[in-house]
Design a protein around this ligand. Structure first.
Ligand code: SER
Length: 645
């Protein structure tokens, strides 16, 4: 392929390729999975697909593909090298009990080689070596499939095991293995890690990663801390870049071992940023069009160059991009929950900027570059650009003030105490939002000795803080209710009716994305690709008011989680619920006692949702509703507002 591809083209071609193989494209879910109390962010493409991987039927069929916005908070500290970012787009394709290994490996290879022009001799793959503890066999089938695919390109694919590589000379750059077998540490995928780490019920399976080789001439290797270790595909030295992962998700953890999932699934995810870098044979993902405009803007604002300060530049570019995306999805800088991460990103970026430049108020000036980069896939960003700039400007000002006040306090306290203790560090962190890394820098600059156990003590207190905010989060996500007043409770029941009415009028693809309820009004977010027409809105409103007028009883029934799921109750984050769940059922008046036996396909049932409550006991308590506003929240997500009239 001679003309270089743009990021938009790579994204588009991926989706086109899989549409050609019978897939349906779905929009990206929000970065914040609302109503899911146990995870703060969408961190992989498969997260919103969990119910379908567990066996639920996807309304759009068994072949789905998308480009999902992802944010990985756990990678913050990794950012600074050639390839780690906290925000990225994951190109994904899924088979829910449809095709399996053979099609998947052949298609992804065909896409990489024939559609976006990656040289097959630069592609290397890893395969699961098996796990004796859990009686899981090595994935010989994947080895054979890969060997055939490479042979079709005239490449003889040799297979190596980790033991063979461990004995290679240190820093070896002439790596001969095309296919490398790794244990579950590297070639097993579940949200919670290796087979041992998986909780009961969690789906997972062996995977096969594809790496792009930047070649022995890629100098990253010699400079890296890995220079004295043998180089292998997954060694992290930077020569081989993981560009995609096919998970063969067909197992589910039980108490003792594993059972087959109801269906054999495929979950493929590949980082757009990395795939794009590979098409340019550019080992530094920051030197692609998905980052360059930010770096250039930073160069002109600070009169310095990326070459001089690659690490701080990368951190700033990644963090500003992630902040823009998170703020656009509704997360504002805050002391806790998701907002705390945005605050941390912005503060870290500001601190990095201060490390090499005196330029002031830099961050808001970088927002424009981010909006421009994503103009095509996320056009909604430009309508909130000014708001995002304001939020970031305010947060910068706040941090400047905090920093100055905190530094004064720091100096005062350490002069008195002579040493930076864990408690002092925590006090400064709590009061001034001083991250430990800043305190450490300050202490070093002022030659203040550090307490021995500073790190531990600090992490312990931080742990405590996290626990507290997690508890706060549980509260917050109890249905997104501001309080438990009668009005709020009535609105909460109304959201269940609205959800159901939307599914009847628009289709079963409608799924709740979040809700927020105050005594004044209710807000309800849901997946749907385009604005609602006036007629559709009127139909939904009419349907909801009909149900309200019919004085339908609302009943709670407590079930085992598995039973609740089988019953057909709507449950969007089922895998995260406790073992016993409450299901709220709204149905036509009936003498029949509700039980697990008569829930499924019961024609009297209007709505059935797993929910923490509280709810009114009869729909007539809601009162006549008006759907007074409808708007877009992000790509593929709409919001309606309703209140009583
Ligand atoms: N879930 C897998 C991953 O994140 C593939 O999409 O790597």
């Amino acid at each position: 392929m001679s003309t270089p591809l743009s990021a938009n083209q790579v994204r588009q071609l991926f989706l086109e390729y899989f549409v050609k193989q019978g897939h349906v494209v779905v929009p990206s879910a929000l970065l914040v999975p609302e109503n899911d109390p146990t995870t703060l962010f969408t961190s992989s493409g498969m997260q919103p697909m969990i119910p379908y991987l567990l066996g639920e039927t996807h309304p759009l069929g068994s072949r789905i593909c998308n480009s999902q916005k992802c944010f990985r908070a756990q990678d913050i500290e990794e950012v600074g090298d050639n390839r780690h970012t906290t925000f990225f787009e994951m190109l994904g394709n899924w088979s829910f009990g449809d095709y399996f290994k053979e099609e998947q490996l052949a298609w992804i290879f065909d896409f990489l080689v024939n559609w976006i022009g990656l040289r097959p001799d630069r592609l290397f793959v890893t395969v699961f070596a098996g796990d004796k503890t859990h009686n899981l066999p090595a994935d010989q089938e994947a080895v054979v499939l890969w060997q055939k695919l490479f042979a079709s390109q005239g490449i003889k694919a040799e297979v190596f095991t980790w033991d063979q590589i461990a004995n290679q000379p240190a820093g070896n750059n002439s790596f001969p293995a095309r296919i490398m077998l790794y244990s579950a540490e590297k070639n097993w995928w579940s949200r919670s890690g290796t087979p041992n780490q998986m909780p009961v019920g969690e789906p997972g399976g062996p995977d096969s990663e594809i790496f792009y080789d930047f070649g022995a001439e890629c100098r990253l290797h010699e400079k890296s801390v890995f220079a004295n270790q043998p180089c292998h595909l997954n060694c992290d030295c930077g020569r081989y870049l993981e560009i995609g992962n096919s998970v063969f998700m067909h197992l589910q953890r039980t108490v003792d071992n594993f059972v087959d999932l109801p269906k054999r699934n495929i979950d493929f995810g590949g980082g757009l940023e990395r795939i794009l870098a590979a098409t340019f044979h550019q080992p530094d993902v920051f030197q692609t069009e998905l980052f360059l405009p930010i770096l250039h803007q930073l160069e002109s604002l600070t009169q310095t160059t990326y070459k001089q300060y690659p690490r701080p530049y990368r951190i700033i570019a990644d963090h500003i991009k992630a902040s823009v995306m998170l703020i656009a999805d509704g997360v504002l800088p805050d002391r806790k929950d998701q907002g705390y991460l945005v605050r941390r990103l912005l503060r870290r970026a500001m601190r990095q900027a201060r490390s090499f430049s005196g330029a002031e108020n830099l961050l808001p000036k970088l927002v424009d570059s981010v909006v421009k980069i994503y103009h095509q896939p996320y056009p909604e960003l430009s309508s909130v650009q000014t708001k995002i700039e304001e939020v970031i400007a305010q947060e910068s000002m706040k941090f400047e003030r905090t920093l100055n006040a905190g530094l004064r306090e720091f100096n005062k306290l350490v002069t008195r105490q002579q040493v930076l203790t864990g408690e002092l560090a925590y006090h400064l962190y709590e009061t001034y939002g001083f991250p430990l890394e800043i305190l450490l820098d300050e202490a070093r600059a002022n030659q203040v000795p550090l307490a021995d156990n500073l790190d531990d003590l600090f992490s312990q207190t931080k742990q405590l803080h996290l626990k507290q905010s997690q508890a706060g989060l549980d509260q917050k996500f109890k249905g997104g209710l501001a309080d438990h007043s009668a009005r709020t409770t009535a609105y909460h029941t109304a959201t269940h009716l609205i959800h159901q009415a939307l599914r009847r009028v628009l289709g079963e693809h409608v799924a709740q994305k979040g809700s927020n309820i105050t005594p004044e009004r209710l807000r309800f977010d849901f997946s749907h690709p385009q604005p609602l027409t006036t007629q559709q809105l009127a139909q939904v409103e009419q349907q909801v008011n009909d149900w309200i007028e019919q004085s339908l009883p609302v009943t709670k029934i407590t079930l085992e989680k598995a039973e609740a799921l089988k019953s057909g109750a709507l449950a969007f984050f089922a895998e995260r619920y406790p073992n016993q769940v409450d299901v709220y059922v709204i149905r036509r008046p009936s003498d029949q006692q509700l039980s697990i036996a008569n829930l499924a396909n019961n024609p009297d049932i209007i709505s059935m949702e797993v929910c923490g409550g509280p709810h009114v006991t009869n729909t007539k308590e809601i009162g006549k509703l008006s759907l007074f506003k409808e708007k877009s929240v992000s790509a593929g997500v709409r919001r309606v507002y309703a209140k009583v009239v």
